[in-house]
Design a protein around this ligand. Structure first.
Ligand code: HEM
Length: 517
């Protein structure tokens, strides 16, 4: 009797399995009968290897949009490389439709073998594969950086904005370095309760050094590991594998980045002298029950925030470029700040709703010169269809868009209505990415950029540097290439707007000294 039942159950299970396999294959067959999105003609085996842009890929993708575009399908193109398909979505509307609404299948990341080598993919959220570890760490970052948590950081932001002004006053030509200190200083203080130990702080230069080492590694051939991942197992003494030594050094720096400030925070907590911070709050919440996994998740989420500082500094570098190139925009923004603060005080976070032109200027900064022009690729975890095209599982989906009329012009007004108020629209641009992977630091980033912008505008005047004949030195408005870009260094002048501005900045220094005493 029981044998009959088993046989029956086995038979039903087999039929069910056969049915599932058949419908999977049929689905796959039906889907893969659809064409891939249009794109340059691939060669056998090599695919579109020769079409992959070597520099500034987003410029090439714009050309493809016009080449392969007809109506709806102009929003999407593709290239095929050995073993992978890359889908380029050229419209913000379609990117939102796909990546925001179907996050369950478009939220993985591609492998980053070179980053594996130096331990970046172990901890750094933007490069982590979609899965439980990413989810746990993302939850911590999202919670710490949600809009409701921002007031916790207002004090830090306003202090760092004052430091930025005093630094620019004393060394205006080191503006890019001051931006780096401003953005990293905010994150280190908010995340770990760590205060920079003067200029050239160890943890600020550490982040810089890692960036430099990565470029160095790429120059020494480590990027080849992205195409031939097995090379990472070969020892450094084999000819051509010399980059392994650089890898070892960079990995040590990355380890320090992940553990150094975290251990600092824990040590301060143990001494009872820690400042309020994201890490302290998280550790306190898990006190007594923090497992090693939880502690690791907190450490990784915190280190991911630490690495998110470059972008903020880059936007503020664009600010200087824009102010030099567009004196009328600078004047308009300064008038708005002066009307509110009467040249008697510095703007504070509380002033944000009352400075709409400055807010629009900051939105335009992010739109006009996106810091991560192609974002970070999302990877599909299932076969799917977009706009009637087949998107194979494991495709890399990148996004490049231009949703604005006259997109090359710098026009803060595009974000304002006819009454000069901010237009009521969701965050206009897509600079912060999409769906489940959208940048969790976006609210803090926008507030940091806004506060630095209004503080600088209230006290300084930016203009062209002059040559020996008193003529303006031209500014090119070129950008570097890469995952995160910034303006190519240019000559500028940055002066206090008058004696009153110098007095205002000195009065902050005096206030700070008095509160320290
Ligand atoms: C102007 C400044 C910034 C820009 C333009 C920016 C942009 C981006 C973009 C495009 C992504 C990828 C989104 C996607 O895959 O769809 C991202 C991810 C991320 N950003 Fe930002 N970011 C900025 C500042 C920050 C700051 C200040 C922090 C931390 C405090 C931060 C933390 C992160 C993290 C942790 C991720 C990874 C998210 C994930 O993969 O789940 N970012 N950011």
């Amino acid at each position: 009797m029981s044998t009959t039942v088993y046989t029956l159950v086995d038979a039903v299970a087999l039929i069910l399995l056969a049915y599932l396999i058949r419908s999977y294959l049929a689905k796959r067959h039906n889907l893969s009968n659809l064409p891939l999105p249009p794109g340059p003609k691939p060669l056998p085996i090599l695919g579109n290897l020769r079409n992959v842009p070597k520099a500034y890929p987003w410029k090439v993708f714009k050309v493809w949009k016009s080449l392969y575009g007809n109506d709806e399908s102009g929003d999407i193109s593709s290239i095929r490389l050995p073993g992978e398909t890359i889908i380029i979505i050229n419209s913000a509307r379609l990117a939102r439709e796909v990546l925001d609404k179907h996050g369950s299948i478009y939220s993985d990341r591609p492998p980053f073998p070179m980053f594996d080598l130096i331990g970046q993919t172990d901890f750094n959220l933007p490069f982590k594969r979609y899965g439980p570890e990413w989810r746990a760490e993302r939850k911590i970052a999202e919670f710490a950086l949600r809009p409701g948590a921002l007031p916790d950081y207002h004090g830090v932001l306003e202090r760092k904005a004052c430091t930025l002004l005093t630094s620019v006053l004393s060394q205006p030509l080191d503006y890019p370095l001051h931006l780096r200190d401003y953005s990293t200083g905010i994150i280190l203080s908010a995340t770990y309760g760590y205060e920079l130990q003067g200029p050239e702080d160890h943890y600020v230069t550490l982040a810089d050094e890692i960036g430099r080492q990565c470029v160095h590694m790429a120059d020494h051939g480590a990027v080849i590991v992205n195409s031939l991942p097995f090379l990472k197992w070969l020892p450094g003494w084999i000819p051509g594998m010399g980059f392994q030594n650089l890898v070892r050094d960079t990995k040590a720096l990355v380890d320090e980045m992940v553990h150094g400030p975290f251990d600092f925070c824990k040590a301060e907590m143990a001494r009872g002298s820690s400042h309020p911070s994201i890490v302290r709050k998280q550790l306190e919440e898990h006190q007594n029950v923090a497992t090693l996994d939880q502690e690791r998740a907190i450490r990784n989420a915190a280190a991911s925030m630490y690495t998110g500082t470059l972008q903020t500094a880059s936007s503020l570098w664009t600010l200087l470029l824009v102010l030099v190139l567009h004196p009328s925009i600078q004047k308009h923004a300064q008038e708005e700040v002066d009307n509110l603060c009467r040249r008697e005080r510095l703007p504070t976070v509380a002033d944000r709703p009352n400075l709409p032109y400055c807010e629009a200027l900051c939105k335009e900064l992010l739109r006009w010169a996106p810091i991560t022009p192609l974002g970070v690729a999302h990877v599909s975890t299932e076969d799917s269809i977009i706009n009637g095209y087949f998107i194979p599982k494991h495709s890399q989906i990148i996004h490049d868009e231009d949703i604005y009329n006259d997109g090359d012009s710098f026009l803060p007004e595009r974000f304002l209505n006819s009454e000069g108020k901010l237009r009521d629209e969701a965050y206009s641009s897509t600079v912060f990415g999409y769906g489940r992977r959208i940048c969790p630091g976006r609210y803090l980033a926008q507030l940091s950029i806004w506060l630095a912008t209004v503080s600088l505008l209230s006290c300084f005047e930016a203009s062209h540097a002059k040559d020996d004949l008193g003529e303006n030195i031209p500014v090119s408005a070129d950008y570097t290439d890469g995952l995160i870009v910034h303006p190519v260094p240019f000559k500028y002048a940055l002066r206090p707007r008058g004696d009153w501005a110098v007095r205002l900045i000195h009065s902050i220094i005096d206030d700070e000294r008095a509160s320290d005493a």
